[in-house]
Design a protein around this ligand. Structure first.
Ligand SMILES: Nc1nc2c(c(=O)[nH]1)N[C@H]1C(S)=C(S)[C@@H](COP(=O)(O)OP(=O)(O)OC[C@H]3O[C@@H](n4cnc5c(=O)[nH]c(N)nc54)[C@H](O)[C@@H]3O)O[C@H]1N2
Ligand SMILES: Nc1nc2c(c(=O)[nH]1)N[C@H]1C(S)=C(S)[C@@H](COP(=O)(O)OP(=O)(O)OC[C@H]3O[C@@H](n4cnc5c(=O)[nH]c(N)nc54)[C@H](O)[C@@H]3O)O[C@H]1N2
Ligand SMILES: [Mo]
Length: 773
C-alpha cells in the first residue's frame, strides 16, 4: 500500500455526475502481518471524525492489529482516513488507564472500583441532601456511543433532575444544531453525502474538509477528476487544500462571515436568482432578509471582509445559478463571530433558491465529532431526548411517561445550562460535583489558566472518565478507566444521519470498563428508580439501551423505530429517520417542502440571533403559523476582540489532518505523531518578512490572556492572520521548557449568543521571535 502519510487521499477513482462512487478498499495491518494472520474482522466505523467511515477491525491474538474499509458501505465505499489507518494502535498503548484512581493527600493513587464508585455515590448523596440536583453537573462528549448518552441523559435529567448537563458538542456542533433549529425548527441534517455525486456546485464554508473529513474530500476529488466536475466555492482565510482546488476562494478577515453571507445573498436577490415559488410556498421571513441584506452591496462587503469585489460577484453567480447546489459548514463559521447567524446565512441560500431535498441539493451543517449527533439526539447536550422541546409541556410529559417518572422530576423551567455556564457555576461554587466523560477540557476549553483553576478548586469534586491519563485526569478527584472503541459495543450517527453499529473486538485492558457499564453501575448504587420502584434506567446492556432509545425516538424527527442491531449488522450504515414506512432509512430530509416546524411538534421555537433570547410559543406561532421553514437575517456586528497596536494579528485556531483533538490517540500512533510532533504557527510571507521570522524559527504568540511558543511555518494564510493548531497540550510537552504551547492558553472566554458555542477562531495576538531555527 502507498504511504498515506504523504499521499493523504490515495489514488483517484473518477466518476461522472449521477454515477455511483466507485469502491476503493483501504487497509492497514501492523508491520509484517498479512490477511492470513487476521483471525477475525469485526464490524465498526471510525471515531476520529464525523464522517462515519465504515470499517472492519482486524483481530489477531486477542489484539487489534489493523483496519480495513467496508466496500459496501454508503459512506466511504471502502476508503479510510489516514488517522483511522494508524490511530487504532493507541488502544494497546502501555500507558492506558487500567485501574480507578482516587485522590489521597493530594496525590492520585490506585483504588478498587468499589472504593472509587463509593466515593462518587457518597458525594452525590451528600450534595443532593445539602443542595439538591443543582449541585451536580455532567460534562460529556461527542465521542461516546448513543447507548451511553441516552443512559447518561436518563440518569442526569430523569433520575437526578439536574439542568447542568452538556457535552463538548457545545464547542463543536452546538451551532449546527442551533442553525438548523433556527431555519427548520428542528435539528437534523437535510442533506446526504450522495449529494456530492449529483452536485454541479459545492460550497464549503469554514470547512477544511480535505483534512477533517478526508474521505468525503476523496469523493469530491473523484468528482473533480471525472467528467462535468462541480465548481467549488471555498470560504476560508487560509489557502487550504480545499482552497487550492476551488473555482473561487474567498479568504475573509476572520470574524466577518455574516457580512460575507449578507453580501452573497444581496447579489443572489439583486440578480433575481431566487425561486419565488418555493419562497412563497414553503418559507417565512424573505422580506426581512431583503431588508437586512440591502445594506450589503459588494463594495461594502469587500471593505468589511477584505475580499475583492470581483470574487464576491463570482461566488454569488456560482451559488445563484447552480442547479444542484451542495453546501457544507463547519468550524470556520461555528467557532467564529456571530456563529449561528452566519450558519443560518447558508441555510438561507438554500431556502431562497429552493435547493433542498433533491439529489445534489444537499445542505450539511456538519458535525465534527464521530458521535456528536447522538449527544444531541439523546439529550446529553442538555436538550430533551428525541429532539423534544423543553418549552413544550406535552413533550416533557411524554418523556416523563417514557421513563415512568413524575413530570416534576424533569428539569424544564429554564434553558439547559451550557458548558461555559457549568464551568462558571463551578467557579462560583454552586456546581460542586462535575462528572467529565470522554473529553479533555484542560486543553480544549478557552482560556486554560481559568479552566485549570476551576478544576483545581477544593470545593469542586471532579470525576474524569477516560482511556488515558491526560491534562484533565491529572486534576480530578476520581479517575475512572474507560474501555474505548473496539472494546465495547454500541451505535453512532455521522454527519449525514447514517447510523453504524460498532462491535466489541477485544477486551479492554486491566479493569477498564465501558462507559455504559460505569453509568449503569452508578445508577444502581444510587438506587435510582422509577414510579413503580423499578431500576432507572431499566436496561442492563447496550442493545437494551438501543431498544429503549428506539422507543424514545419513535415519532420524533430522529426516528430509529425501524432499526435494530440486526439490521445494522446486515445492512451496514442506515440513515434516520428509519421507520416501518421507510425501512431503508431516509436519504434526504424535506424533499416535499414539509418541515418539522409545527409549533406543537418542533424541537425549538428558535432564538433571537443577536441576543440569544429564546422565543416563546406565542411568538413562534405568530411568526410561523403554517409550519414552514424560517428565513432569518441579522446585520454584521464586529467581533468581541479585534487586532490592536499591542496585538496586531487576528488569531485563529484549528486542526491538522494527522491529529485528533488533544492527541490522546493520534499522539500514541507513531506514524501520526512523527508526521506532526510539535505545535506550529502559520504566518503569511509578508508578515513573516516584516517581523523577520522564517519557517523553523521559534516564536512567542501572545494574547491579552497568556503566551505560547510555537515553530513558524510560512504559508498561505491571509495577511494579518495567524493560525495555531489546538492539538498540543502539556501532557507530553518538554517538561523543562517552561513554555506553554496549547492554543487555548490564548483564547477568549466568549461565545455565540444563540448557540453558546465558544469563539475559538477570533482573538487578537502578537508575534515575537524567540529563537531562530
Ligand atoms: N484531522 C482531524 N480531523 C477532524 C478533527 C481533528 O481533530 N483532526 N476533529 C473533528 C471535529 S470534532 C471537528 S469539529 C471537525 C472540524 O473540522 P473543520 O471545521 O474543517 O476544522 P478547523 O481546522 O477547526 O476549521 C476549519 C477552517 O476554518 C477556518 N477559519 C478560521 N476562522 C474563520 C473565519 O472567520 N471564517 C471562515 N470562513 N473560516 C475560518 C480555518 O482557517 C480552518 O481551515 O473536524 C473533525 N475531523
Ligand atoms: N482553540 C480551539 N479549541 C478547540 C477547538 C478549536 O478548533 N480550537 N475545537 C473544539 C472542538 S470542535 C472540539 S470537538 C473539542 C474537542 O476537545 P476534547 O473533547 O477535549 O478532545 P479529545 O482529545 O477528543 O478528548 C476526548 C477524550 O476522550 C477520551 N476518550 C476517547 N474515547 C473514549 C471512550 O470511549 N470513553 C471515555 N470515557 N473516554 C474516551 C480520549 O482519550 C480523550 O481524552 O475541542 C474544542 N476546542
Ligand atoms: Mo468538534
Amino acid at each position: 500500500m502507498n504511504d498515506r502519510i504523504e499521499d493523504l487521499w490515495g489514488p483517484r477513482t473518477p466518476f461522472a455526475p449521477g454515477e455511483q462512487w466507485p469502491t476503493r478498499v483501504d487497509q492497514h495491518l501492523a508491520d509484517g502481518l498479512s490477511d492470513d494472520d487476521v483471525q477475525r474482522w469485526v464490524q465498526s466505523a471510525s471515531v476520529l471524525h464525523s464522517n462515519g467511515d465504515a470499517l472492519d477491525i482486524a483481530v489477531a491474538g486477542d489484539r487489534i492489529v489493523g483496519v480495513r474499509g467496508r466496500a459496501g458501505d454508503r459512506v466511504n465505499r471502502g476508503r479510510v482516513d489516514v488517522k483511522d489507518l494508524y490511530g487504532w494502535q493507541a488502544g494497546s498503548s502501555p500507558d492506558r488507564l487500567t485501574r480507578p484512581l482516587v485522590r489521597e493527600d493530594g496525590r492520585l493513587v490506585e483504588a478498587t472500583w468499589d472504593t472509587a464508585m463509593n466515593r462518587i455515590v457518597e458525594r452525590s448523596r451528600l450534595l443532593l441532601d445539602e443542595q439538591g440536583p443543582s449541585a451536580i453537573g455532567f460534562y460529556t462528549s461527542g465521542q461516546l456511543f448513543l447507548e451511553e448518552y441516552y443512559t447518561l441523559a436518563v440518569i442526569a435529567h430523569g433520575a437526578i433532575g439536574t439542568d447542568h448537563v452538556d457535552g463538548n458538542t457545545r464547542l463543536c456542533t452546538a451551532t449546527a444544531a442551533e442553525a438548523l433549529k433556527a431555519s427548520f425548527a428542528s435539528d437534523g441534517q437535510p442533506g446526504s453525502y450522495t449529494d456530492i455525486d449529483h452536485a454541479d456546485t459545492i460550497a464549503l464554508y469554514g470547512h477544511n474538509i480535505a483534512e477533517t473529513q478526508s474521505v468525503t474530500w476523496m469523493r469530491i476529488l473523484d468528482r473533480l477528476a471525472g467528467p462535468n466536475p462541480p465548481a467549488i466555492v471555498c470560504v476560508d482565510p487560509r489557502s487550504t487544500a480545499v482552497a487550492r482546488r476551488a473555482t473561487v476562494h474567498l479568504a475573509p478577515m476572520p470574524g466577518t462571515n455574516v457580512a460575507l453571507m449578507n453580501g452573497l445573498l444581496h447579489q443572489i436577490i439583486a440578480n433575481g436568482w431566487v425561486d419565488r415559488e418555493y419562497i412563497d410556498s414553503y418559507t417565512v421571513g424573505f422580506d426581512d432578509l431583503c431588508r437586512v441584506v440591502a445594506d450589503y452591496p459588494p463594495e461594502h462587503v469587500s471593505a468589511v471582509c477584505g475580499v475583492p469585489v470581483e470574487d464576491i460577484r463570482h461566488a454569488a453567480r456560482l451559488l445563484g445559478t447552480a442547479e444542484r447546489l451542495m453546501s457544507t459548514v463547519l468550524q470556520g463559521f461555528y467557532q467564529s463571530n456571530q456563529a449561528t447567524a452566519a450558519a443560518v446565512g447558508v441555510n438561507n441560500i438554500h431556502l431562497v433558491r429552493g435547493m433542498l431535498g433533491r439529489p445534489g441539493c444537499g445542505l450539511l451543517q456538519m458535525n465534527g465529532q464521530p458521535t456528536a449527533e447522538n449527544t444531541r439526539e439523546c439529550g446529553a447536550d442538555g436538550d430533551l431526548a428525541g429532539f423534544r422541546n423543553w418549552e413544550n409541556d406535552a413533550h416533557v410529559s411524554e418523556l416523563a411517561e417514557l421513563w415512568n417518572i413524575d413530570k416534576d422530576r424533569l428539569p424544564h423551567e429554564n434553558p439547559p445550562t451550557h458548558a461555559m455556564e457549568i464551568f462558571r457555576l463551578a467557579e462560583e461554587g454552586t456546581v460542586r460535583m462535575l462528572w467529565i466523560s470522554a473529553t479533555n477540557p484542560a486543553v480544549s476549553l478557552p482560556e486554560l489558566a481559568r479552566i485549570r483553576a476551576i478544576l483545581e478548586r477544593d470545593d469542586l469534586f471532579v470525576i474524569a472518565q477516560d482511556m488515558f491519563p491526560n491534562e484533565t485526569t491529572e486534576l480530578a478527584d476520581v479517575v475512572l478507566p474507560a474501555a474505548g472503541w473496539g472494546e465495547k459495543t454500541g451505535t453512532f450517527t455521522n454527519a449525514d444521519r447514517t447510523v453504524h453499529l460498532s462491535e466489541k473486538a477485544v477486551e479492554p485492558p486491566g479493569e477498564a470498563r465501558p462507559d455504559l457499564t460505569i453509568f449503569l453501575d452508578y445508577a444502581r448504587r444510587m438506587n435510582f428508580s422509577d414510579r413503580d420502584g423499578n431500576p432507572l434506567p431499566p436496561w442492563t446492556d447496550a442493545e437494551g439501551a438501543f431498544d429503549a432509545w428506539r422507543d424514545c425516538s419513535a415519532g420524533r424527527p430522529c426516528d430509529y423505530s425501524g432499526m435494530s442491531y440486526e439490521l445494522l449488522r446486515t445492512r451496514g450504515g442506515v440513515q434516520w429517520p428509519c421507520t416501518a414506512d421507510s425501512p431503508d432509512g431516509t436519504e434526504r430530509l424535506y424533499a416535499d417542502g414539509r418541515f418539522w416546524s409545527a409549533a406543537d411538534y418542533c424541537e425549538s421555537f428558535g432564538k433571537d440571533l443577536v441576543t440569544g433570547d429564546p422565543l416563546d410559543a406565542e411568538d413562534y406561532r405568530a411568526l410561523n403559523p403554517d409550519s414552514r421553514a424560517l428565513i432569518k437575517a441579522v446585520p454584521h456586528l464586529p467581533p468581541p476582540e479585534v487586532p490592536s497596536a499591542d496585538y496586531p494579528f487576528a488569531l485563529i485556531t484549528g486542526r491538522t489532518v494527522y491529529h485528533f483533538h488533544t492527541r490522546t490517540k493520534t499522539g500514541r500512533a507513531p506514524e501520526l505523531e512523527q508526521a506532526a510532533p510539535e505545535a506550529w504557527v502559520e504566518v503569511n510571507a509578508t508578515d513573516a518578512a516584516r517581523h523577520g521570522v522564517h519557517t523553523g524559527d521559534v516564536v512567542e504568540i501572545a494574547s491579552p490572556r497568556s503566551a505560547i511558543t510555537a515553530t513558524v511555518r510560512v504559508g498561505g494564510i491571509r495577511p494579518g492572520v495567524l493560525f495555531v493548531p489546538f492539538h498540543y497540550g502539556y501532557w507530553d510537552a518538554d517538561e523543562d521548557s517552561g513554555h506553554h504551547r496549547a492554543a487555548n492558553e490564548l483564547t477568549i472566554t466568549d461565545w455565540d449568543a444563540a448557540s453558546k458555542q465558544p469563539i475559538f477562531k477570533m482573538g487578537a495576538a502578537s508575534l515575537t521571535l524567540r529563537a531562530p531555527g
